[in-house]
Design a protein around this ligand. Structure first.
Ligand code: PEP
Length: 258
């Protein structure tokens, strides 16, 4: 982390877990144990049907609510989809874009790019996910793959908007597997992502972009991962479903930075 130049962000991704009633219970518990310090921004990206409950219950708190996906189009005949401005109107601040689980369902880099543009037009903060498969890591093409994903994702986005985007490095082999990247592995790729952004948009912008790590981050490994200079927070799946664990990760963000 480097709080001097960029925000630290701890974001949860509930995926397809929790009902609206369970959301109400979770948020009440979270509120009661939420740390008082403001050493990081906190986001919870929840299933669409849980958004109204999450927004209502967390209104007076520092926790921003987000969607887990959005459609690139502003409206129209897209049954079952949700437009970015619908998320904004429902009270969301964030939206996850390009999660590997959605890419596995057919989402392309071009889709990711269009969705980022739609999200920003609706004044949402996109949390843009990139990451390599185990095969790609073993074939030593991780950095090339990540470069391509970042270039495609950020293509055509005006410079002044780049600093508002949050990037999440999520190695696919570490998501939901309990197999976390080592702090060194995670730092190496997060640093690479910053280098790619620097080459595309300059040092000032690259320094300002928050880059998160995601992939089996939990209350035990968060401190060490967050201690890395280019890891500005976490995108957390499993551990964000348990208030105590999520809070411990938030607390791990309270450490000295360079
Ligand atoms: C995720 O869903 O983005 C994620 C990182 O999940 P987990 O923390 O469960 O690996």
């Amino acid at each position: 982390m480097n709080r001097k130049y960029r925000k630290t962000v701890i974001a949860g991704n509930w995926k397809m877990n929790k009902t609206p009633s369970e959301t109400k219970e979770f948020m009440a518990e979270l509120k009661s144990i939420m740390p008082k310090g403001r050493w990081c921004d906190v986001a919870l990206c929840v299933p669409a049907v849980c958004i109204p409950t999450a927004v209502r219950t967390m209104r007076e708190t520092r926790v921003g609510i987000g969607g887990e996906n959005c459609n690139a189009n502003p409206s129209g005949a897209y049954t079952g989809e949700i437009a970015a401005n619908m998320l904004t109107d429902a009270g969301c601040k964030y939206v996850i874009i390009g999660h590997s689980e959605r890419r596995a369902m057919g989402e392309t880099d071009a889709d990711v790019n269009a969705k980022i543009k739609a999200a920003m037009a609706a004044e949402l903060i996109p949390i843009v996910c990139v990451g390599e498969s185990l095969e790609q890591r073993e074939a030593n093409v991780t950095n090339d793959w990540i470069t391509l994903q970042i270039k495609m994702a950020l293509n055509g986005i005006p410079e002044e908007k780049i600093r508002k985007i949050i990037v999440a490095y999520e190695p696919i082999w570490a998501i939901g597997t309990g197999r976390t990247a080592t702090p060194e592995q995670a730092e190496e790729v997060c640093e690479h992502i910053r280098t790619v952004i620097r080459k595309l948009f300059g040092a000032k912008i690259a320094r300002a972009v928050s880059i998160l790590y995601g992939g089996s981050m939990n209350e035990k490994n968060a401190f060490e991962l967050l201690a890395q200079p280019d890891i500005d927070g976490g995108l957390i799946g499993g551990a964000s479903l348990v208030p105590e664990k999520f809070v411990k990760i938030i607390e791990a963000a309270n450490q000295p930075t360079i």
